[in-house]
Design a protein around this ligand. Sequence first.
Ligand code: MIC
Ligand code: SF4
Length: 659
Amino acid sequence: MGAAIHAQNLIQGGCLMGKSMAQKILEKHLVVGNYEVGKEIGIKIDQTLTQDATGTMAYLQFEAMGIDRVKTDLSVSYVDHNTIQVGFENADDHRYLQSVAAKCGIIYSRAGNGICHQLHLERFGKPGTTLLGSDSHTPTGGGVGQIAIGAGGLDVALAMGGAPFFLTCPKVLKINLTGKLNPWCSAKDVVLKMLELFTVKGNVGVVMEYGGPGVKTLSVPERATITNMGAEMGVTTSIFPSDEVTKKFLKAQEREKDWTALEPDADAEYFKVVELDLSGIVPLAATPHSPGNIATVKSLAGKEVNQVCVGSCTNSSFRDMMIIASLLKGKHVHPGVSAVMASGSKQVLTMLSENGALTDIISAGVRIAENACGFCIGNSQSPQSAGISVRTSNRNFEGRSGTKDAQAYLVSPETAAAAMLTGKITDPRDLGVAYPNIKVPAKFSVDDSMLLPPAKDPTSVKIYRGPNIGEPPKNDKLPDSISATVTIKVGDNVTTDHIIPAGARMKYRSNVPKYSEFLFEVVDPKFYERAKEIKGKGKANVIVGGLSYGQGSSREHAAMCPMFMGVKAVIAKSFERIHSANLINFGILPLTFANEADYEKVAQGDELEIPNVREILAKKGKMAVRNKTKNLEFEVKYEFSDRQVDIILAGGMLSMLKK
Ligand code: MIC
Ligand code: SF4
């Protein structure tokens, strides 16, 4: 035994071990640096995706770079978030997006076609390739064996221009799946189990690679549900092998030619292997207000439910919707429940309509929303005051549903259907009916008519700019020393939904001065006024945060709007990957307390000073923050590559590119 461990160490030390899937793809795409865990690497991006809420800024930034046509193999601009269109803003944004796509060589997916991640999986995702998307759930593509990563719009714009995407070379963790899911237990329960095991923080810089004999028991949409919600754990991405199941899926989508096999080497090296027995999974739920608060559905059974929403990029495949349809067939939604369905794509909705399942859903009394994000982002279907909403989506942050005191529970389609019928949280195994046997067709309904190809003659396209479209704001270069006031101090697990809300406010995404008025709205509605006053006095604003600051979405407005309000630094116990990259891109310093206990040494309203900050960064020296109000000093840490230091000194990526 001892000898075996020794031999294993020798092999690891001598780097004779085989490669994980992540390593294979990353190495193949490496353009800057070496594959060395923890070091910054630059990779070539094959495909990009944007959605309308992050896309307008991404394309404005792309335009500002002065590049005429995208340099990727494929770039797609989806319209799925802001489809409600109350007021002119969203429609104007969509016209802008359509025209810029036509001119710059991008495929445009029209509103109504579906949710970016579901659509990309169906129509474009290719095993072995890289995908960068301006949405945190881009890792859905890991379901077909892509290295699919979420990023801020500016990083996606750069990738469209042919620049490498920079990331910290990740540690690869293997999840060894064994067994097979029992009836009523689904992929959603698997990822909720993962969230119970790994929580929503502490997984930055990790790729989760799924393997083992259990993999072949999961379909591509089931795998995609799992990789989709990897985002909630804060990992760089999650990936499944590309196997016969993947081939079958691509064939059903008339894309068999896109298939290639992908698997790790038999002796692949992982920093950790975690065993997960699918047959031990039971129905689970994420309870308010975090996807990481996991409980068994059984333990919550009996709780009265006011609303049930099915859909979102996590659970809106044909099979997911068929589960709902089959369980509702011939029955009615409980009178206490408002039930809503938003299927993930036009393809899924068409197939439900063709096979009659849509009739079963409508007859049961479910409200049919369009194929879009809808309820998931809280721009529609806000629950009643203090209402309990059961959802198949991936995030239940406070206020995200559009109702501040609502309680959202995240569950599988099986558990959602049970709540629709009973009006209570119900373990679906207790419904007392047979588990539906869903036959997934060998051929899906393929119709790409809502995917508009770019113009053949780009010179003929005039870019449409309605009054909602502003200029992307730029920052000044970093001052020699920072003299600032702590405008707000927040606790652990502050999400980008807390920093800048989505929902009804999202229509201002293309108008940064207006959108900035809603910074920290759900936490402290006075933030904007204070920040404005401090900025007016010629001082900088500083934000103080706890652990895992900036969790959740990729929205770069959570950095861009603070930048616009004069925020120069965020000092936190730790940061999430995408948000920290966005802060750097917009010239804001993400600093961590060298000693976590120093978090207590700073309060809202304190006057801070970071002397000689430019000089320190240029030399990568030790940085101290002076708290003038409390007359004390504490050390802060940063880990910036030379490239990142240059970006920060210049006052952000756009200023640097200009220079
Ligand atoms: C989300 O689910 O939070 C969003 C809305 O899709 C965001 C993107 C955005 O804020 O536009 C995300 O996941 O990145
Ligand atoms: Fe849309 Fe919700 Fe998915 Fe974000 S998580 S892309 S809002 S469906």
